[in-house]
Design a protein around this ligand. Structure first.
Ligand code: HSE
Length: 307
């Protein structure tokens, strides 16, 4: 029997414009490395994390909440040491808690002999995500666990599916150095919207899915707009309008807030344009003496993986 397992759980971009709480895709290289080691007792012990200060009490840590949910479901009392290495900052809008929760559930399932299939781990990872954001939303957890571009068709019952994406789509992640808590950013969104705005939103949702299937970049560019979150959350993000305008002028085929921010994503159909954009965005933040982190990625077809 396996005594120790180490997994990589990717970061993710949620909402993707019009798909508030319903669209998300995994990205490459950024994510969590989670190491679980079996214990001789029934304790879940969190070791000090690398790359971030994370809670050490099992009931306050998204990873152990996800593992406990899985253990309860299986009727297991297997203890584990839990170590998390974060390759990106929490509070970035890149699904930090989802990476920890999905990676922990995925790793624990392996340590327990793979009693569940990976999609069946979603509800356990979601328990962890609920602790972090105060609400159930799977648009980071599903891509982190399963990879690719995932759509949450329904939450009750949970029904998700994957959409193919064009091979040459490049994603530039831009994260100014401010922290945004998802629970706070969720509070900014009005509870109701007009039929006029809703009609525009679902027109764009349909168009975005068709654009991904057909690699229609012009349609993609027209459909990555948002009436639900962007108008209320962009105020939290330094230079948002300026960066968006620059990216669109430099050929971005879609720009918006990643999850609850402060990260933004800009889609490009080639790497060269993305790199040019990266240079100009850096200059925007240099002018205002602000730190910015950028990461160029493709959509990651893989979710959690043993490393
Ligand atoms: N869909 C969630 C939100 C993602 O926008 O609040 C949080 O990362």
């Amino acid at each position: 029997m396996l005594e120790k397992v180490q997994v990589f759980a990717p970061a993710s971009v949620a909402n993707v414009g019009p798909g508030y709480d319903t669209f998300g895709f995994a990205i490459e290289e950024l994510g969590d490395i989670i190491t679980l080691t079996k214990r001789q007792d029934d304790m879940l012990k969190i070791l000090p994390a690398e790359g971030a200060d994370l809670p050490l009490e099992p009931e306050n840590n998204v990873a152990t909440v996800a593992i406990q949910s899985l253990l309860d479901h299986l009727g297991s009392e297997q203890g584990m040491d839990v170590h998390i290495k974060k390759l990106f900052k929490p509070g970035s809008g890149l699904g930090s808690s989802a990476s920890s929760a999905s990676g922990a559930a995925f790793a624990a399932n392996i340590l327990l002999g793979r009693p569940l299939k990976t999609p069946e781990l979603l509800i356990h990872a979601l328990e962890g995500e609920k602790l972090a954001s105060g609400s159930i939303h799977a648009d980071n957890v599903a891509p982190s666990l399963l990879g690719g571009f995932q759509v949450m068709r329904s939450y009750e019952p949970l029904d998700i599916f994957q959409v193919p994406t064009p091979d040459n789509l490049h994603v530039l992640i831009i994260r100014p150095d401010v922290e945004v808590k998802t629970s706070m950013a969720k509070g900014l969104i009005p509870k109701e919207m007009t039929v006029k705005n809703a009609r525009e939103q679902w027109g764009n949702v349909g168009a975005l899915i068709h654009a991904m299937h057909s690699a229609d970049f012009e349609l993609l560019g027209r459909s990555i707009t948002d009436r639900i979150a962007e108008p209320y959350r962009k105020q939290l993000i330094p230079q948002y309008d300026e960066v968006k305008e620059e990216a669109m002028q430099l050929g971005s085929v879609g720009f918006n807030i990643s999850g609850s921010g402060p990260s933004m994503f800009a889609l490009f159909k080639d790497e060269k344009s993305a790199r040019v954009c990266q240079k100009y965005v850096k200059e925007i933040y240099e002018k205002t003496n602000q730190e910015v982190m950028m990461h160029l990625s493709k959509i990651n077809p893989n979710g959690c993986q043993v490393i």
